[in-house]
Each structure stands twice: as structure tokens, then as C-alpha cells.
Design a protein around this ligand. Structure first.
Ligand code: AMP
Ligand code: ZN
Length: 116
């Protein structure tokens, strides 16, 4: 449920501070420490799930809750009119650096495609 060495588990428990922006039963949102866009929010499951590749069949409700919270925050932060990007970096080639599942919610500027 929780990994004592995981920084996002520590944020979820309140042991490490973060700028919390919202939550629901399964997910928590907070500001990214190193924002890549005017709005850059991280949405995480409250339990420790390592990555998208490691999600077990009974854990999909956590993903659903993350997506639902991301949509709610996008509306609250005024991104829904102009658009936004949701990114889930997975594994080495995906650029994942923190191995507690997270969704990046990015907005406030036009995004390029393809990503680098
Ligand atoms: P990723 O590269 O997809 O694993 O993204 C990890 C993200 O976590 C990066 O955008 C970091 O800036 C962010 N991050 C790392 N530590 C913290 C922290 N303590 N509080 C907020 N964001 C963090
Ligand atoms: Zn964790």
C-alpha cells in the first residue's frame, strides 16, 4: 500500500510537504516542483503503484480516479477551454524518474508534438 522509501508515498501521507491542489477517494493532486508549463500538476494514486506497466487487473479504479481528478482540476484551473496535455511517463525509455505512478497535467501554453 505504501513504500517507506518512496517520495510520493511520503507526500501522500503528509510526511513531505507539497502544494496540494485536490483529491478524491483514490487520488491526490499537487504542484510539480519543477514545472514544465505555466500549469503543471501531478496526479498520483494514494497507494503505491510503481508504474503504468505494473498495474494489476484489480487496480484500474485507481487510474480512473486519477483521470477523473485530472479532468476536475483542468476545469478548476481554467485549462479546459484552451486545452491541456496528460502524460504518464513509463519506464526508462518513457522518461520516468519517480517510480510511483503519476499523471502530469500540463497546460497554459501550446504544446509541441512529437515530444522529445
Ligand atoms: P517523471 O519524470 O515522469 O517520473 O516525473 C517526476 C516528476 O516529479 C518531475 O516532473 C519532478 O519535477 C517531480 N517531482 C519530484 N519530486 C517532487 C516533489 N517532492 N514535489 C513535487 N514534484 C516533484
Ligand atoms: Zn509510492
Amino acid at each position: 500500500m505504501s513504500d517507506p522509501n518512496c517520495i510520493f508515498c511520503k507526500i501522500a501521507s503528509g510526511a513531505i510537504p507539497a502544494k496540494r491542489l485536490g483529491e478524491n477517494v483514490h487520488a491526490l493532486a499537487f504542484a510539480d516542483l519543477n514545472p514544465q508549463a505555466p500549469t503543471h500538476v501531478l496526479v498520483i494514486p494514494k497507494v503505491h503503484l510503481a508504474s503504468h506497466a505494473a498495474i494489476a487487473p484489480d487496480q484500474w479504479p485507481h487510474l480512473s480516479a486519477m483521470q477523473e481528478l485530472a479532468q476536475k482540476l483542468a476545469k478548476e484551473l481554467g485549462l479546459d477551454a484552451t486545452g491541456y496535455r496528460l502524460v504518464m511517463n513509463t519506464g526508462k525509455d518513457g522518461g520516468q524518474t519517480v517510480f510511483h505512478l503519476h499523471l502530469h497535467l500540463l497546460g497554459g501554453r501550446p504544446m509541441s508534438w512529437p515530444p522529445g
